[in-house]
Write a new protein. Sequence first.
Length: 292
Amino acid sequence: MKVAVTGASGQLGRLIALQLLERMPAHDVVLVTRRPHALADLAERGADVRYGDFDEPESLPAAFEGATRVLLISTNNIGERIDQHRAAIGGAAAAGVQHVTYTSLTNPAPGHPAGDVADEHRETEELLMSSGLEWTILRYGAYADLQVPLGVMAVRYGKLVTNAGHGRIAPISRQDCAAAAVAVLTSDGHEGKIYDVTGPEALSQSDIAALVSEVSGRPVQVVPVGDRRLVWGLTRFGAPKPVARAIANLGVATRENYFDLVDPAFEMLTGRRPTPLRDVLVGHRGELLAED
Ligand SMILES: NC(=O)c1ccc[n+]([C@@H]2O[C@H](COP(=O)([O-])OP(=O)(O)OC[C@H]3O[C@@H](n4cnc5c(N)ncnc54)[C@H](OP(=O)(O)O)[C@@H]3O)[C@@H](O)[C@H]2O)c1
């Protein structure tokens, strides 16, 4: 059985590729990417690295040819992802793929404050469910790894500025997200399932500030701000306005409890507990303490 992974040179894609190569014969691992040169090391290990770009739908049937299962990693092109993901699903169907697994987001409900960030996941889920292909959806919680650069800023300024109120998230490491995907791709019985892949605990911004402080040994104080004030502050720090707004909207979604979910799916899929945020931060302690 051949398994194809799209976006294989991305941060999540590469982790999945490496874990698949531990579990399957390399020639059955198809790595689809816009940047085959970035996966030259995995091609050398025998992986079947192929060019594929969702913006060039004609590239996709050949990219997926011979694969039984495809993992569709959502792209990072917010605002363009419906067309891109539609092309990916169409390409998989045209190539005769049986089963597509999609990387979605916790609770992509209608009316989500994060707008396109969540809406595009919901619409892709719907496209996949109505595609006639077998499907599985992995709804990932917030990447724990993203708390590292935020933690760096918090340690540097002694402040964690947030509009998320008392809302909680259940961060999960990319490495664990990869493990859940690999479990689905390499075992049976996941057709028509939606899995909430979350970290082991729901944490407020105060909880996260306390963890960053404990791991770094530096004081970190939570500074609650309103949505507009956060956008203003982020743009002053150089963030483009759309990015600042997107971050603030994620804060609103957190405050309104869209991400307050801890689910046992990860442990059920992998047979182990997901990595706590504290351990992820400990693994990056040097970065937390690095001076700019
Ligand atoms: N849960 C969370 O907290 C969270 C946070 C941020 C993002 N995400 C989502 O998770 C995805 C993977 O995260 P990551 O950290 O690995 O992101 P990343 O390193 O920025 O990777 C971006 C991904 O998008 C793919 N891509 C971009 N344009 C494409 C196109 N035209 N056709 C095919 N693939 C395209 C890239 O594939 P190639 O470069 O190999 O072609 C790559 O896999 C993101 O793209 C985003 O949808 C989740």
